[in-house]
Design a protein around this ligand. Structure first.
Ligand SMILES: [Zn+2]
Length: 558
């Protein structure tokens, strides 16, 4: 008779986007996280280092491939089109490297993967994959987000969609925060019910998942919008916040702890379980920084003369985009977007690159908080490049020096690190990253927010202290909670190979999972897979508009 336990060789991974121990520790100590606390004390836990930048797209792509961004090629929600002053929205087909789920399928095992960012369009796997929050669907998930549309439809008939229509996260009228906090709790319940039902239906079909991966993004959303209410020391703290607002982060994590317990019971409690995050979170400081304006102050960037362009293209583009989003209902905005010939990527491109005098601009920035960086306007590479290749290194070092000399009003550095991209990344996709990879400093422990330079106002400074009325966040203000590199890893009930190790990084997860599952995992095989890129396919214009709108609603795009 076999002594093999029924759940040996199985694995459950619960992803809590943006979770960090600085949130979990005090909640655990006050008894609000019974499952996670028990698993930590009986198992093993430690910090998990994220990618550079510590953002959901590159981080989850690293998590699922075991490759760094320089190898898998996903650095942000968007990427600059080579040789052009344009961006495109990226999806899973722009990634190099085989996913964990493809490897698991290849080994004849079944997976259930729910909510993983950067997996749209869904790849075919044994089992079911439903893509994450970045799926280009208007009213929540639908069967296009699922690798098995028929099974997905069966599930939604029983428990509703994986993800329903989001709250309008741009709305800021009275009571919005209280409703949003409620909405996040409801979303967690819906996703939990979906996960449990999916496990049951797969089992009923005779294909019980060997691997379960369920990712919740509510942990990240709540930290972005409620950090200042949760943290009385936050420089953005609002002492008049309601109890519901002050407790929003705690309530969401408490509910996530329950979700972890329920999903684990449904999956099989004696199967090894890892609870992890793609990056951590902390509060944002009171200062916002305008990287483009700093480059202008230092003479690296020149603006086109206002006389020839009384209303610059970038302002028109931003106005059109924001007008449509602010004035119309989500459905009406979507209809307009479908009719207009200006796609989201075109508007986004003009907003980032418009109004620049390329003939006299040496270095420029996209000014996105999700991937801070500076491009050199290199001749022969950029459409209107003016920096001679022979001058590239000297110019790049000069720009790095002026980034490191950029100071907050109290004399502290605004930039923690500014490095040539090849010092940060290694692999075939390094050239998708900006020439200089920038990491913003913190202001007394609170993160700076990088936002677009408001070029229209003549007296803009490169660093601005927010007024009291702006501390909640929103366009031009950043969000009041920001990402940090330290995520979490909690392993319980598994083999030693899953134990937390000091200095552990996201890319270490795949080899450990494969080992726990008994799937051969030579690193060379991972490298080899990276040399067979997927056939990249861009979003349709409609899909792109929907993705852009979702990212904007979440506060990731301005
Ligand atoms: Zn994330």
């Amino acid at each position: 008779m076999s002594t093999r336990r029924p759940n040996q060789g199985r694995l459950l991974v619960l992803g809590l986007d943006g979770a960090s121990f600085n949130v979990l520790d005090p909640l655990g100590a006050s008894g609000r996280l019974p499952h996670l606390t028990a698993w930590r004390s009986a198992g093993s836990s430690g910090a998990l280092e994220s990618t550079v930048p510590p953002m959901s797209f590159p981080a989850w792509s690293t998590f699922m491939t075991g490759l760094d961004p320089g190898q898998h090629g996903i650095f942000d929600f968007t990427e600059k089109v080579p040789g052009a002053y344009r961006v495109r929205f990226v999806n899973a087909t722009h990634r190099r490297g085989e996913s964990l789920f493809a490897r698991v399928s290849g080994a004849g095992l079944t997976s259930l993967v729910l909510g993983m960012p950067a997996t749209f369009p869904p790849e075919p796997i044994r089992g079911l994959l439903v893509s994450g929050f970045d799926s280009p669907v208007s009213a929540g998930s639908d069967s296009r987000s699922a690798s098995d549309p028929g099974l997905y439809r069966n599930l939604t008939e029983r428990v509703g969609p994986w993800m329903a229509q989001d709250l309008d996260q741009r709305a800021r009228e009275d009571g919005w925060h209280e409703r949003a906090a409620e909405g996040l709790l409801a979303r967690i319940e819906r996703k939990t019910a979906f996960a449990v039902e999916a496990l049951e239906q797969l089992e009923a079909r005779g294909s019980r998942p060997d691997v379960g991966v369920v990712v919740f993004s509510e942990s990240d959303t709540v930290c972005h919008h409620f950090w200042r209410d949760h943290d009385p020391r936050s420089p953005r703290h609002d002492p008049s916040a309601s109890l519901q607002r002050r407790d929003a982060i705690a309530s969401v994590f408490e509910r996530l702890d329950q979700a972890c317990g329920e999903i684990r019971r449904a999956f099989g409690e004696d199967a090894p379980c890892v609870v992890m995050s793609d990056h951590g979170a902390r509060g944002a400081g009171r200062h916002v920084v305008h990287l483009g304006r700093h480059l202008w102050d230092c003479g690296w960037l020149q603006r086109a003369r206002p006389r020839s362009q009384p209303l610059s293209l970038d302002r028109i583009a931003r106005g059109a985009r924001d007008g449509a989003l602010a004035l119309l209902s989500p459905r009406a905005a979507e209809k307009i977007f479908r009719r207009t010939r200006s796609t989201a990527a075109r508007l986004e491109s003009i907003a980032r690159f418009g109004g620049i005098d390329w003939g006299r601009t040496v270095a420029f920035a996209e000014e996105v908080n999700t991937q801070p960086g500076v491009w050199i306007n290199l001749r022969g590479r950029e459409a209107e490049g003016c920096v001679a290749p022979a001058d590239y290194e000297r110019v790049r070092q000069g720009v790095i020096d002026s980034l490191l000399g950029w100071k907050l009003p109290d004399g502290q550095a605004a930039i923690a690190r500014a490095r040539p991209r090849e010092e940060v990344y290694d692999g075939p996709c390094v050239e998708r990253a900006p020439d200089i990879v920038v990491e913003l400093a913190t202001d007394h422990g609170y993160g700076l927010s990088l936002v677009h330079t408001p070029w229209a106002s003549e007296d803009t400074a490169s660093i601005r202290r927010l007024d009291d009325a702006e501390l909640g966040g929103g366009r031009g203000r950043g969000m009041n909670g920001t990402h940090r590199p330290d995520g979490i890893w909690i392993a319980h009930g598994g083999a030693e190979c899953l134990d937390a190790q000091p200095g552990m990084q996201l890319r270490d997860a795949v080899p450990r999972f494969l080992e726990a599952l008994g799937i051969p995992h030579e690193l060379e095989a991972i490298e080899r897979a990276a040399h067979h890129p997927n056939a990249a396919s861009d979003y349709t214009h409609d899909e792109e508009d929907l993705v852009a709108k979702r990212l904007r609603d979440l506060g990731y795009l301005e």
